[in-house]
Ligand binder design. Structure first.
Ligand code: 0PR
Length: 374
């Protein structure tokens, strides 16, 4: 085929996909990255940190991204980290290293991301459920179940509700029992530091809590980077626990989960962080929270019930027939996600979810309610 024909064919499929810039994807933790990040992605598409000796420039950029992630996580510059393919890989690496260090069992709530269940399953680590109290880890239940050498997974920005587990209290309990504390801040890592500066919260989630061993923070969520770009950080060098010899590579070792690593996204994450900087990310969070508050206010005016007051830019609207509403919205071109156990539809107020989008969306819900009496 000639290029023109191929382009036409690609366009046909492109039109079938949904795109962030259309503003109708309301259940995703991603958004449209800045153009300079996409430029960086394609400039470095060959880079493969699976053989980092060939890509010294990209490896230096990875260190710059990790430095920024450490700043978000209140870590020191000499802490360790990698840019990986996403939160799933980051969570697997943390639990894998912990297992290699002799920790034996995972404790997490049901609202921990499903990648924790995947990791426990792959690693053949038993997984015990910790009860929740209003969407957060219940400290009393943790205290009654915790044993020496457990791995505790706390979440800073839960997938369903955007809640922050009581990590400082969890940390104290972990220290008393000699446990490994992993914090999944895949989503919240680029939000909570700015929520603190904007006086929305005073909560900590990072290495300023002494018990925290490892943290997941994903540039491809609120870091505005194109995927695949997750981040795994650690206080001690956990990577030497999972390192494997690979004598045929330039560096002669591999200390990650994947072999070949698409690393154009490392350059892209670096470009995004240069483009926004600390101030730019703070402004993004400020705007997302302003729109979150707008959604809550407008939903209340429309007599829609908010499940719990949001702690960050995730809003849950309680509806009776969740499946039906999701289906009806999808048929009208809207993609929301749902929390069936909370009987709610979940809106992640990413930068593409503007006030105009929110108004249009609530009009749509009103129509659906009128037509179907939901
Ligand atoms: N940890 C947390 C707290 C998460 O919310 C997620 C993903 C992960 C880890 C795993 O990260 P990766 O997906 O990068 O491996 N949470 C998103 C969610 O479930 C994933 C997502 C994003 C799903 C966009 C759908 C979608 O359209 O909402």
């Amino acid at each position: 085929m000639d290029e023109k024909e191929i382009e036409e064919l690609l366009q046909k499929y492109y039109c079938k996909d949904m795109h962030y810039e259309d503003g109708r994807i309301l259940g995703s933790m991603y958004t449209e990255p800045p153009k300079i990040a996409l430029k960086a992605f394609f400039k470095f598409y060959q880079a493969n940190l699976g053989n980092s000796g060939l890509y010294k420039g990209t490896a230096e950029m990875e260190r710059e991204v990790v430095k920024f992630l450490l700043r978000l996580a209140s870590g020191k510059e000499n802490f360790f980290g990698h840019v990986v393919s996403g939160g799933t890989e980051a969570n697997i690496i943390a639990l894998w290293a912990a297992r290699e260090m002799g920790y034996k069992r995972v404790l997490a709530t049901k609202d921990a991301h499903f990648s924790i269940r995947k990791a426990a399953n792959l690693l053949k680590l038993p997984l015990e459920n910790i009860e929740m109290k209003r969407g957060k880890m219940n400290i009393e239940d943790l205290e009654s179940k915790i044993k020496e050498n457990d791995i505790i997974v706390a979440t800073a920005g839960t997938t369903p509700l955007g809640f922050i587990d009581p990590i400082e209290e969890i940390g104290k309990i972990c220290q008393m029992h000699n446990c490994f504390l992993h914090v999944d801040a895949a989503f919240g890592g680029y939000i909570i530091p700015f929520l603190r500066e904007l006086k929305y919260t005073n909560k900590k989630f990072g290495f300023d809590i002494p018990a925290v061993s490892t943290i997941t923070i994903d540039p491809h969520k609120m870091g505005m980077a194109p995927y695949p770009a997750g981040g795994i950080l650690s206080r001690e060098n956990i990577f030497e626990k999972i390192v494997i010899e690979a004598p045929y590579l330039i560096e002669e070792k591999n200390d990650s989960l994947l072999g070949t690593r698409q690393s154009g996204s490392v350059a892209a994450a670096y470009a995004a962080q240069l483009y926004f900087g600390w101030r730019g990310y703070k402004e993004i969070v400020r705007r997302c929270m302003e729109n979150t508050n707008y959604l809550v206010k407008r939903a209340k005016e429309e007599k829609l019930e908010i499940l719990e007051m949001p702690e960050m830019n995730i809003v849950n609207l309680k509806v009776e027939n969740v499946k039906k509403v999701k289906r009806e919205l999808y048929a009208r071109g809207w993609a929301v996600s749902t929390n069936p156990k909370y009987s709610s539809i979940r809106i992640v107020v990413m930068p593409h979810v503007t006030k105009e989008v929110i108004d249009k969306f609530l009009d749509e819900i009103k129509n659906i309610k009128k037509n179907y009496g939901l």
